[in-house]
Each structure stands twice: as structure tokens, then as C-alpha cells.
Design a protein around this ligand. Sequence first.
Ligand SMILES: Cc1ncc(COP(=O)(O)O)c(C=O)c1O
Length: 450
Amino acid sequence: MFDLPDADILSTALEHNFWTWSAQAKVAPIPVTRAKGVYFWDVDGKRYLDFNSMTMCVNIGHGDERVINAIIEQAKALPYAAPGMATKPRAILGKLLSEITPANLDHFMFTLGGADANENAVKLVRGYTGKHKILARYRSYHGASAGAMALTGDPRRNTWEPNLMPGVVHFLDPYRYRSTFHRTNPDISEVEFTQDYLNHLEEIILYEDPGTIAAILLESVTGTNGIIIPPEGYLQGVRALCDKYHILMIADEVMSGFGRTGKWFAVDHWNVVPDLMTMAKGLTSAYAPLGAVGMKPEIAAAFNKVVYQGGLTYTAHPISLAAAIANIKVMQEDHIIEHANEMGPVLHRMLADLGEQHPSIGEVRSIGLFGIIELVRNRKTKEPLSPWNSSSPEMAALRKTLLENGLFVYTHWHTVLVIPPLIITEAQLAEGFDILDHALSITDKAVTGK
Ligand SMILES: Cc1ncc(COP(=O)(O)O)c(C=O)c1O
């Protein structure tokens, strides 16, 4: 198809490509050529078990012919239409999303990915409420464009400050393992723990003045910042605070949506209905780029007479919409959400077993097929295995060993994320955990000296 031998992919790419999130002189990309199911292969034919669904997005697994054929069919029929036009996939996908998302969401704006879904959600809530502030959490990632970076709480935001979107105020997350408020009473009940974090949020709302706050934006289950699973009552409590102070609630389900947690959307675990929901990644399982903002009808209606100022050339791209429809159909036909839900306890048990065997594991957490391992130098002090916003020789060595042994994972600071395609079997999970089990001797050594 293209005139470049596999053996030249890496060298040619290194010569002519610029790499995101990277110091250019330090990149070491895997020259990948094909992928199927839960595996992908490099130019040398080496097979990797994909424990990160590439970028936490290939939810239905690699190489599904049904989605690939839908893309081909759409490319033949109508590869592109102007954003102001109605197309068949656009009509079908809006309807389909209104059926699988929480009940009140019935209008969907299509975007290019997660960052611009969040940016558009901000425009919508500002336009609808006439207020400007957005509250978001510190342990969050909402995207890399300027507005989405401003929403992001983690240090990825800091490089670009102060020239980001104004009006964002951050608050703390209910992160039990490292809870700021509970260092001296870590055994506090879940009810009280939850209430402390809701009180913290309410205090910030009052200081900031509810009359200026358009929305609270939060990842329903936090992704790269630690798979922080909200304690019982937390999301319901945030919803109640939003209602009390006439603030809209935006759930960022870019990573946690489309079966990742064992339900269609993470908010479904707590029956919380947000006013807007942002999506991407699992929406197409990354077979084509697409994001979406779901909104309740009143918000869409607020722009009945007022023009919505926003949109991009590739808004509602038919090929991406066709990929999303086929992807959702695959999830339904193959009962992929149900499978992820069944595999959830299996992953949880494997993580717990690993935690018992390795002194460098401080805590493991998971919900559905969304898991994390926190590595520490000392279980008592919980000192992370790499410093804040950084890596360490042990983390680098762990990652290298895992790759050498054919396991692709995402490591973030002192954590290892386990976010495989949702079609993974128990045997394939065990295959990955076997590699992890052996490689963790590297990090154990940092703790025991042996
Ligand atoms: C929770 C969350 N929101 C938003 C984004 C941004 O999505 P995108 O990279 O498609 O812009 C991400 C990406 O990782 C994410 O995890």
C-alpha cells in the first residue's frame, strides 16, 4: 500500500516526525505494524499483550472487521459532509447515544476527541447559565488544548500557565489512600470520609460564590490520576450540591465510559444523572477519532434563538460516526459490557493477590477493567516509588522489563495502570499478571534491598 519497508519505519519516523508529550531526543516509539484482539505486533514480529488498550481507548479490542467494514462502507458512500449537514450516521448515532446514556441526555454534539468535548461543554454551560466559573478537581486530566488544560488539575497544566482559559477553580478529590484530611484518622467511616470531601467542596462553592459558578466538571472515576473510585454517596452528594446551588454537573466519561467500569458509563454505578456528559475514546474504540457532548434538552434549547458559536471543519465526520455506530453495535451484539462486568472481580482478585505477594505494592484499586497498582518504598509511610510528577530508576526499569517481556502498560509516576481491552479473557489477564509478578521483583528490591 505504501512504499516503505517495515524495517525503515522507525528510522524514517524518527527523522521526520515530531512527538507529543516527549522530549524529542528521548523518544523510543514501538514500530507497530498490526493488532488483533488484545495483542499487537512490532516490525520484528514481536507480540505485545495490550494492557492499556493503546491509549485506554480500544475498548472492543483490535482489528474488529465489523467496525473496519463500516468505515470502508461509509468512505465509499460519503466520506465527508459539511458540519452543517445532516447525514445518516449522524442521525443514527445521536439516537443510539440517547438510548445508552443517562435518561435526561438527548442532544449530542460531535467533536474530534475528548479535549474539545470538554471545551464545548464549558461553552455550553457558560452560554446556558450566563455564569463563568468552572470547578474541577486537582487529580484530573481533561485534555491538552488550552481550555482543557486549564480544566486539568494535574501538573500537565503547569507548563502552559498562566496563558490558559481563566475561570477554573480546582478542589480536592476523595482519594482515600492519600487523603489530606485523614492522615491521623485513616480508619474513618466511608460515610464521614465522603462527607468531609463534600464539605470541602461546599466551602469552596461558597467562597467562590455560587452565583458565578456555571458547572462542576469531574471524571466520574478518575483515570490517569489514580483510578480514584468515588466512595459511596460522593457523586450523589456532588449532584445534590449542584442542585442546591443551581450549578450544572458535567461528567467527563472520556476514559470511564463505554464499558470500562463494567457498565455503559461510570455514573450508572451510582445512578447519578449529570446535566452534560463528555465522551471520546471508547465511543469508537479509537477505530476513528471522535468525541461527543451529551446534554439535556433545556441546554440545547437555550441555543434555539441564540447562535452557538463553535465548531470545527471535521465536526461530526461521517467516517468517525460510522465507526462509533458499528463499535456500539459490537458492544451490544457481543455483550461486551456484561463481559467487562464479569471480568471486573477477576481483575480485582488478581490485583489483590499481587498486592499480597509484593512488598513494593502499597495499594491496588479497580472497578470493572479499570485498575491501578500504587508502588511505594515503604508501606507504612506510603512514600511513592518515584517522586511527585517524576519517574525513578526503579519505575523506568520496571517499564523496560515489562516491555521486553511483551506486556504493554501505562505507567504514571509511581503507578502502573491496568486497562486492557474489554474482551480480555481470564487466561489473558493471567498471562499479563504473570509478567507483572516476575517484573515486580525489581521494585520489591527497592523496598527490601534483596
Ligand atoms: C478523562 C479524560 N478527559 C479528556 C481526555 C482528552 O481526550 P483527547 O486526548 O481525546 O483529547 C482524556 C484523555 O486521556 C481523558 O482521559
